[in-house]
Design a protein around this ligand. Structure first.
Ligand SMILES: Nc1ncnc2c1ncn2[C@@H]1O[C@H](COP(=O)(O)OS(=O)(=O)O)[C@@H](OP(=O)(O)O)[C@H]1O
Length: 203
């Protein structure tokens, strides 16, 4: 990584850090003043999205329900499945809060990143102490993609949407399985709202 010069900030993006036990202590040893941005979305949709991603690489994958449930009769959720475990945001945050104060975190809503990308980017810029440069005028809604895209990315004269692996249609999951997962996540979501001081409105 190049040196950070005066007036520059260094950013690094690794989604798995948030759910990795050793990550907070290691980041703190490196620089405990680090600001941390976490993008979170409804853990049920997140789990289906995660499954969709794995399925695209491995079409022979067992069904979502067979992976999500430990036992189909009792409906007990398998928390060892990473697609389920990652959505336990309160647990992961608890681990990070042993090393970093809450003021070092910005929680970005994955849902608002789609419905109001400029609004969410405004919060990111404020959190990082940057002038608000990215605004509404940088985004447009692309009907074909079904998502907001950048009107004119830096160094390009053409609009740009995220790639094919982002915003894929999700497979249909039986509603009772989704409901079971919603019930499972509810207490963890509420704890996360309390800890973060933000209600994401997932249920
Ligand atoms: N602008 C725009 N265009 C396309 N997709 C968008 C956009 N903003 C957010 N999303 C949502 O981002 C989801 C993919 O995020 P990931 O978690 O895979 O991102 S990352 O790999 O951690 O970078 C992806 O999830 P899926 O819909 O499940 O593919 C999208 O819902």
């Amino acid at each position: 990584m190049p040196r950070t010069l005066d007036g520059q900030i260094t950013m690094e993006k690794t989604p798995s850090y948030f759910v990795t036990k050793e990550a907070p202590s290691r980041v703190c040893i490196m620089n405990c003043q680090t600001k941390l941005i976490v993008v979170v979305r409804d853990p049920v949709t997140r789990a289906v999205s995660d499954y969709t991603q794995t399925l695209s690489k491995n079409p022979g994958l067992p069904s979502f329900q067979s992976l999500a449930l430990k036992n189909s009769t009792t409906g007990v959720i398998d928390t060892t499945w990473s697609a389920v475990r990652i959505g336990l945001y309160a647990k992961h945050l608890e681990n990070w809060l042993q090393y970093f104060p809450l003021s070092h975190f910005l929680f970005v809503s994955g849902e608002r990143l789609v419905s109001d990308p400029a609004g969410e980017m405004g919060r990111v810029q404020d959190f990082l102490g940057l002038k608000r440069v990215v605004s509404d005028k940088h985004f447009y809604f692309n009907q074909t993609k079904g998502f907001p895209c950048l009107k004119k990315p830096e160094g390009s004269s053409r609009p740009r949407c995220l790639g094919k692996s982002k915003g894929r249609p999700h497979p249909q999951i039986p509603s009772e399985i989704l409901q079971r997962l919603r019930d499972f996540y509810r207490p963890f979501n509420h704890r996360f709202y309390q800890m973060s001081g933000q209600d994401f409105g997932w249920d």
